[in-house]
Ligand binder design. Structure first.
Ligand code: C2E
Ligand code: CA
Ligand code: CA
Length: 579
């Protein structure tokens, strides 16, 4: 309730005003002299003071002067009650800071009007003041908590957010973690060298914008130091989820930026540390994510890397692998082997699948299922895979020239290769250098590569297909997605995984599955290849149902190129089905 203080020595006037104001609904206090009024004002900080001018001891002016001096009451509206209407009185009162005057005796209406005006004024002042204070505080907060270049939250706010997340997620289910991504743009130095610092700044600003737009509400994006973005999700996720997000980010940052009307392309790398597995404080997590980021750089950039303890403590393992891997590439310890593909329509060899082999000196050959996951993890698969593509494309051309018949070459593509933005470009180059028509190249992908980020995958596949190559879904049936789901991806070939072909003739369940797959695939106009055909019974089943192509030890194991050439020479015209 609005509090009004009356200071008036004339009892009659005082009581009269008291009653009037009380009837108006104010909380009213009264003092019968100046000193008492002053004490009461300071003790109760009323919203408005009505004060007589002429009083014994302390006059109204003196009360007013003292009221204005005290910070508690300095802004309280003060209305002088006066019997005189002399000009000097007004001037004196105004000089001391009175808001208004009332000449006694005054009517109820006069009184209420003056009081209302003053209270209103006071309210407006107070509101303005509060708003300004709030604005200043907000500005200050913003400055303290944001980076001035990108306008993103800074290191300090990141810490706040992280603590909040930590409080809300004290116990994460096994397999779940909260990923912390550290991202930096690559070639930024080159951009500022070529175009100036403003360009680099602009680029950082636009990258910040894009990260914010693409990542949505659930994600916190901070800029913690020059060219270092931190992305923090407040939801826990599985490793797969973290991978998908990292790939997603890399992909959308590859879209061109427009800087002062000019298009600029950048790549980024990301280091990922998982909370709580890789650290339980933000400092540790950021350090570890940065270690992973550095590693991503040494791998050529434009990629993500998860932190592994080897980055910090013993780097030797992965590094040793790395080293032997690079050496192996140089010293040609890798070879591409080729497994013939037999057409069930003609019974003849119509192509091959390229399969990688690693022969370390003095050791048995290492199986691709052993080293490919490591190569994937370290990123080396990218250069290795490119080498396989180039080798296989050239080889296909040679064999096509040798036999003068079409020859379809299938090459396995790893997820890491698939997400690269330069895949289509490189592929086009490889094909043209090998002078191989694109329709003779089949790219084999497993469904897990596609379902991680279906939207991006679809776009990528369309881009690849526009080159004219064929897309095959490899290991079909071993994943978790249905054909109905996979249908959204534009592929041409379906490869039924070996595990369904095994004992197909005797195992009812496998037979039923394969029959169903064949039917569905043919309805969708897909070519079907069965892999891992080892027995005559399996072959016969597939001929009956029918399947388009087969691969397997029944006809040939994967062979080195020269042996495959001989095989072609001898059996190129042979009908393997003996019809
Ligand atoms: P995949 O693509 O499913 O390749 C088929 C695998 O089945 C090959 O194993 C092949 O040797 C084997 N195979 C073929 N016929 C038969 C058969 O009748 N019986 C049995 N038991 N196995 C048969 P390999 O060569 O050890 O390759 C294993 C996997 O490594 C491949 O599986 C593929 O996922 C990957 N891989 C191989 N080369 C490359 C490559 O150049 N790039 C990538 N990204 N992955 C590759
Ligand atoms: Ca394959
Ligand atoms: Ca396969």
């Amino acid at each position: 309730m609005t509090k009004i203080l009356i200071v008036e020595d004339d009892e009659l006037v005082r009581d009269n005003i008291f009653d009037l104001l009380e009837a108006e609904g104010f909380e009213v206090m009264a003092a019968e002299n100046g000193q008492q009024g002053l004490d009461l004002a300071i003790a109760t900080t009323p919203d408005l003071i009505l004060c007589d001018v002429v009083m014994p001891q302390l006059s109204g002016y003196e009360v007013l002067a003292a009221i204005r001096k005290n910070p508690l009451t300095a802004a309280t509206p003060f209305i002088l009650l006066t019997a005189k209407t002399a000009k000097e009185d007004f001037r004196m009162g105004m000089k001391l800071g009175a808001e208004d005057f009332l000449t006694k005796p005054c009517s109820r209406a006069e009184l209420v009007a003056v009081i209302d005006t003053q209270l209103e004024k006071r309210q407006i002042l107070q509101d303005t003041y509060t708003r300004q204070l709030q604005e200043t505080q907000d500005q200050l907060n913003y400055l303290i908590y944001h980076d001035s270049l990108t306008q993103l939250p800074n290191r300090m706010s990141l810490q706040d957010r992280f603590s909040k997340i930590q409080r809300h997620a004290p116990q994460l289910k096994p397999g779940l973690s909260i990923p912390v991504y550290v991202l930096c743009l690559e070639r930024l130095n080159r951009i500022s060298d070529n175009f100036g610092y403003e360009y680099a700044d602009l680029l950082l600003q636009q990258a910040a914008q894009r990260l914010k737009q693409e990542q949505g509400e659930q994600t916190y994006i901070a800029y913690v130091s020059f060219n270092q973005f931190v992305i923090l999700s407040n939801r826990e996720s599985q490793r797969q989820g973290a991978i998908a997000r990292a790939e997603d980010i890399l992909t959308f940052l590859q879209k061109p930026f427009v800087l002062n009307g000019q298009e600029a392309y950048v790549t980024a790398s990301i280091g990922i540390a998982l909370y709580p597995h890789n650290g339980d404080t933000l400092d540790i997590l950021l350090n570890n994510a940065k270690a992973a980021l550095n590693y991503a750089h040494t791998q050529g950039g434009n990629q993500y890397q998860f932190f592994t303890p080897t980055f910090s403590s013993n780097k030797t393992d992965t590094l040793a692998f790395e080293k032997s891997f690079r050496l192996a590439l140089e010293q040609e310890e890798f070879q591409v082997y080729y497994q013939p593909r037999i057409s069930l329509t003609t019974g003849k060899i119509i192509g091959a699948e390229a399969l990688l082999r690693w022969f370390q000196p003095g050791a048995e050959s290492v199986s691709p299922s052993q080293f490919i996951p490591l190569a994937e993890e370290t990123g080396t698969i990218v250069s290795l895979g490119e080498w396989v593509l180039r080798t296989a494309a050239r080889q296909a051309k040679l064999w096509m020239n040798q036999t003068q018949t079409p020859f379809y070459m299938a090459v396995n593509l790893s997820g890491r290769q698939f997400v690269r933005s330069d895949l289509s470009r490189n592929l086009a180059k490889i094909l043209s250098e090998a002078e191989l028509e694109s329709r003779f190249l089949d790219l084999e992908l497993t469904e897990n590569i596609l379902v991680k980020n279906p939207f991006v995958a679809r776009q990528k596949l369309l881009a690849l297909k526009s080159l004219g190559v064929n897309i095959a879904i490899d290991d079909f049936g071993t994943g978790y997605s249905s054909l109905a789901y996979l249908q959204q991806f534009p592929f041409d070939i379906l490869k039924i995984d070996r595990c369904f072909i095994r004992n197909i003739a005797s195992q009812e369940k496998n037979a039923a599955i394969v029959t169903a797959i064949l039917q569905m695939a043919h309805n969708l106009q897909l070519k079907v290849i069965a892999e891992g055909v080892e027995t005559i019974n399996e072959l016969e089943f597939l001929q009956d149902h029918p399947c388009d192509e087969i691969q397997g030890f029944l006809f040939s194991r994967p062979l080195p190129a020269h042996e495959f050439s001989k095989f072609l020479e001898q059996k190129g015209e042979v009908n393997f089905l003996g019809q």
